[in-house]
Design a protein around this ligand. Structure first.
Ligand SMILES: Cc1ncc(COP(=O)(O)O)c(C=O)c1O
Length: 372
């Protein structure tokens, strides 16, 4: 695996806690994603990890034309960056139904797709879309065992998919499956579990097609299941990892077979040395995702034995043997445990190239809404 130095020469311009993106590492992650996919046209990466127009444009330059998102702000960010094929992998309800109409009206040259797993919002979507003279493709969201959203294959699922054909303003787009439950560290165990999900989805696709229904695509998976889905040869399969563009420490530990390196880190500064064996840095949970346990929220590669003992909104207290070596103002680089919600906590990121801060990338898709 390539060794990177993660040095930043001109840190004085970085307001801490600052999200920093090491451009060479991100480029290597993107190359690895392309290598694993084998064919760029199979990719539909999820932008939830970065939410940045600049990163989307880099992916477009690499030939990645299909993209995935979870919110309308992300969808708008993608469309403004020039993406023409956008999957909003989220079930539309409430005001999002009208927002979908506004989105397709505004971005006429964008193929816009959403997911659905229940008849009621689909009927509502159909009536507002058709009244506006617009249409949208829907993917049937399959529950492969995560039990977060989706519907199990069967009679109700097939009736719902039939509705996608029958209702005005709706077109059948295929099947969506996110198997976030497949977190097996052992690759062979993961392969078995992911293949079971694939059998479920492709078997259901075959059944729908035998009923004369069109299933143009199956969008499947995240970063952990990506190597397994990528090994499947199927004309309809689209691969939708997200985290691997930046990658993070918790996925690195969970999936040791993956060849990605955390590209997004946080520059933090020591603000206090409250006791003999502790230092406090300006890295609270308003700057890094707090969904992992406090011990897994961030790690410090230069302080492998530092033990996080308290985190508040703007403070992180670390216990370490050599606390004496630190003084307020000293800088450290932290690797986030979970990068996707971490990037959402920053308005922009500092881009590091050749050890220098070269530009700033806005995290525009982090908001709940932009203009639609
Ligand atoms: C629906 C959906 N698709 C794709 C992804 C990307 O998965 P990962 O973060 O494992 O790359 C996610 C992540 O949460 C997701 O929720």
């Amino acid at each position: 695996m390539t060794e990177y130095n993660f040095i930043i020469q001109n840190t004085s311009s970085i307001v801490s806690p600052g999200l920093v993106i090491f451009r060479d590492v991100m480029n290597a992650n993107l190359s690895e994603m392309l290598r694993e996919a084998g064919d760029v046209t199979r990719l539909r990466p999820h932008c939830k990890t970065h939410k940045m127009s600049a990163v989307t444009k880099i992916q477009l330059e690499l030939g990645i034309t299909k993209h995935k998102c979870a919110t309308f702000a992300e969808a708008e960010m993608l469309a403004e960056a020039g993406v023409k094929d956008i999957l909003l992998g989220y079930n539309l309800v409430g005001p999002n139904i009208q927002r979908a109409v506004e989105f397709v009206r505004r971005y006429k040259d964008v193929q816009f797709i959403a997911t659905a797993d229940h008849e009621a919002p689909v009927r509502e979507l159909s009536s507002v879309m058709s009244a506006a003279g617009q249409s949208i493709q829907l993917l049937l969201d399959l529950d492969s065992g995560q039990h977060r959203t989706g519907i199990a294959p069967g009679e109700v699922a097939s009736q719902l998919y039939q509705l996608f054909h029958d209702l005005p303003g709706i077109q059948p787009g295929g099947i969506h499956l996110y198997d976030g439950q497949n977190h097996q560290t052992n690759l062979e165990e993961r392969r078995l579990a992911v293949m079971a999900c694939w059998e479920l989805a492709s078997g259901f696709r075959d059944q729908l097609e035998s009923q004369g229904l069109s299933v143009p695509r199956i969008v499947a998976g995240g970063t952990g299941s990506f190597p397994v889905y990528a090994s499947i040869s199927d004309r309809a399969l689209e691969l939708s990892p997200g985290t691997n563009t930046f990658f993070d420490n918790n996925y690195g530990k969970m999936f040791p077979d993956l060849r990605y390196t955390p590209a997004a880190r946080i520059l933090t500064r020591v603000i206090s040395r409250p006791t003999e064996d502790t230092i406090t840095v300006d890295l609270g949970y308003k700057a890094c995702a707090s969904d992992p346990d406090v011990k897994k929220r961030v790690i410090f590669p230069d302080l492998p034995h530092a033990e996080p003992i308290l985190q508040n909104e703007e403070h992180l207290v670390l216990r370490l043997d050599n606390a004496d070596d630190f003084a307020p103002g000293d800088e450290l680089l932290a690797v986030p445990g979970h990068i996707c919600p971490t990037s959402a906590l920053h308005r922009s990121a500092y881009v590091i190239e050749n050890e220098q801060v070269t530009e700033s990338w806005e995290v525009s898709g982090r908001d709940r809404w932009l203009t639609i």
